[in-house]
Ligand binder design. Sequence first.
Ligand code: NAG
Ligand code: NAG
Ligand code: NAG
Length: 388
Amino acid sequence: MATFASSSSLKQQLIILTFLFAILTTLQSPVNACFTSIFSFGDSITDTGNLLAISRLESRRLPSSAFLPNGRSFFHRPTGRRCDGRLIIDFLAEALGFPFLPPYYGSKNGRSEQFETGVNFAVAAATALNSSFLAGKGIPSPTTNISLQVQVNSFKDLLPSLCSSSSDCKELLRTSLIAMGEIGGNDYNHALRKGLNFEEIRELVPRVVDIIISSINELVDLGAVTFLVPGNFPIGCSPSFLTQFQGSHKDEYDRFGCLTWLNQFSEYHNQLLQNQLEKLRTRRPDINIVYADYYNPTMKLYHSPKRFGFKETLKVCCGSGGPYNYNASISCGYPPLERSCNDPSSYISWDGIHYTEATYKLVANAVFEDLMNYIRSLNREECIPSQT
Ligand SMILES: *[C@@H]1O[C@H](CO)[C@@H](O)[C@H](O)[C@H]1NC(C)=O
Ligand SMILES: *[C@@H]1O[C@H](CO)[C@@H](O)[C@H](O)[C@H]1NC(C)=O
Ligand SMILES: *[C@@H]1O[C@H](CO)[C@@H](O)[C@H](O)[C@H]1NC(C)=O
């Protein structure tokens, strides 16, 4: 076994140790004056690698996000994100001075130190309602049963390894930002794809919103006070649904080519969610709740695509033919071929369901602005990042 034989190699070791220590202290110092950690829950809109890690761990067929061209624009490799680059949560983490949130699932036990500044529980295909409830309604959860409640329970399991006493844990949560969603989109997506009648799907909305609110309440009980709660995207402009409901009567489309009834459905979910958040604010004035509007900043892109550098609004960048360049039986990444468009940043839609990094960046900017305005309203300017 090698020992520290000469003083010159000892010196080298010391230099290396000092260097490592410097890196560690940098990593461990509070990265942001507002928040010490970010904890995130949701689905593929926010999944930074959970479904991929779970699939590897369980030796299941890898999701299409395991393959290029996913990741091509920023990470230059697939990371499990269903996007050519960064997601909204990545842009928010960056803007707040945090590292990208590591995925929780699939990581080996005893690696919780990497979760000190945050961790992400969002799993692609996850639903807000649990899979047994959805199954009872005839709605399958084919890819994962890690619904919102399961994610929150995972967080509760992890928590003792992040803090040492009840008051320590409360303090950690008090200074954390909780990103609760987007979640619920898949409850509707799965039901719409299954062809459930629209009235039955509408009846899911108050239940989905209730689960989001009760998840927030559970975290409030643990000590969390600051929540960012996203609504749903305008799914009537989603190439997957435009393809599924292709040939609808022309009165059903708005002047941007989106399906009005589906966008109204997203608005209905968003309205109910905001109503319940408002009630929660009234009940708990000590809690900070920022609604993250994904709908309107995205609609703006369909209204004036050129202004934001987009050439294609309803056609998919990483797709395989058809009027919207979307085919439900061929996912982006399967087969692992480079067949995405030349310039993803000129497309709103990445794969027909998810958006390009360019779209996410613009939505994240709008959300970040709202978050900072809220923080200003609390007179906590000191924790607004200086370079935004
Ligand atoms: C699933 O959700 C339903 C409705 O919210 C609830 O009544 C039931 O207890 C849940 N089941 C599990 C296993 O969590
Ligand atoms: C989810 O499914 C796995 C099998 O894939 C099963 O072992 C587990 O118990 C299920 N969990 C829940 C909460 O239903
Ligand atoms: C979608 O892809 C499948 C498999 O390649 C093919 O059989 C089918 O015709 C395609 N559908 C459309 C609408 O192009």
